[in-house]
Design a protein around this ligand. Structure first.
Ligand code: ARG
Ligand code: ZN
Ligand code: CA
Length: 255
């Protein structure tokens, strides 16, 4: 058995106008979502996850909090805020000096929040040194303020933190493992491409599933691309990868 661990997060808000300078309350709403989703305490679990998949669902035993100390040991709210010009390209520049340099990413999970601009991106995870952490559109962040339906339940950040702890999408490289290793998770059925919207269970659309089965695709997994309201769990196999990350490359977050 694992023990419940708590990950300190520093939130970097990069705003072009007052609207994008999201409130502390919107940030707290995102923390509240993470602390439910990673502990299988989300109230939509029962209705969104089909009974057939419930035995595979995991309490990942990870909690999240705002950092209380800066790298130099002095006190912090765990939130930085910076005004950026209208030309700022959030998803490409968030981690640079024109955005906000990361705080020691061996000690903190850095989350940048900003304006997706013309892109359709909701969020991304980068493992690259300077960019290590996740970047999220303010319109897909938390459950209040500037967040917009159908991405107003905080699941973009849940999904990107899944990547941060080593998860891939159930569709892996999109080729039914023929040219790669898929998501390396045995209990997520392999698929060919992401599901969007809000599909109906069971789904065995041959354009999506690699193999027809009784339960079909696990499109309601957090690592899918469906609407926030239609994804509601991580599996035991996904938990194993995330906990191995915390016992290995991400161990320093816990000290
Ligand atoms: N990387 C994906 C994207 O930006 C995230 C999908 C998150 N899905 C969601 N329902 N919040 O498109
Ligand atoms: Zn993803
Ligand atoms: Ca799989």
């Amino acid at each position: 058995a694992n023990t419940v661990v708590t990950i300190p997060i520093v939130f970097h808000v990069l705003y072009k106008n007052a609207n994008q300078n999201i409130s502390d309350a919107q940030i707290q709403s995102q923390i509240d979502v993470l602390n439910k989703d990673f502990r299988k305490l989300n109230t939509d679990f029962n209705t969104v996850v089909p009974n057939a998949f419930k035995p595979l669902a995991a309490d990942v035993e990870i909690l999240f909090c705002k950092a209380t100390k800066k790298p130099d040991g002095t006190a912090t709210t765990g939130i930085t805020r910076k005004s950026v010009p209208n030309t700022f390209d959030f998803f490409n520049e968030y981690f640079t000096a024109s955005g906000q340099l990361s705080w020691d990413n061996t000690k903190y999970l850095n989350i940048w929040i900003g304006d997706a601009g013309g892109t359709n991106l909701l969020g991304l995870h980068s493992p690259a040194d300077d960019a290590d952490g996740v970047a999220i559109s303010h319109q897909a962040f938390g459950t209040s303020g500037t967040a917009l339906s159908p991405f107003r339940k905080g699941r973009t950040t849940t999904h990107e933190i899944g990547h941060y702890f080593g998860l891939n999408h159930p569709f892996g490289d999109g080729n039914c493992k023929l040219s790669g290793e898929g998501d390396r998770v045995a209990d997520t059925p392999a698929t060919k491409q992401p599901y969007y919207g809000c599909p109906t269970f069971p789904n065995n659309d041959i354009n999506y599933v690699c193999e027809v089965s009784t339960n079909g695709a696990m499109f309601m997994n957090y690592m899918e691309y469906v609407n926030d309201a239609c994804m509601a769990f991580f599996t035991l196999g996904q938990k194993e990868i995330m906990r191995n990350s915390l016992a290995g490359p991400r161990l320093s977050l816990l000290s």
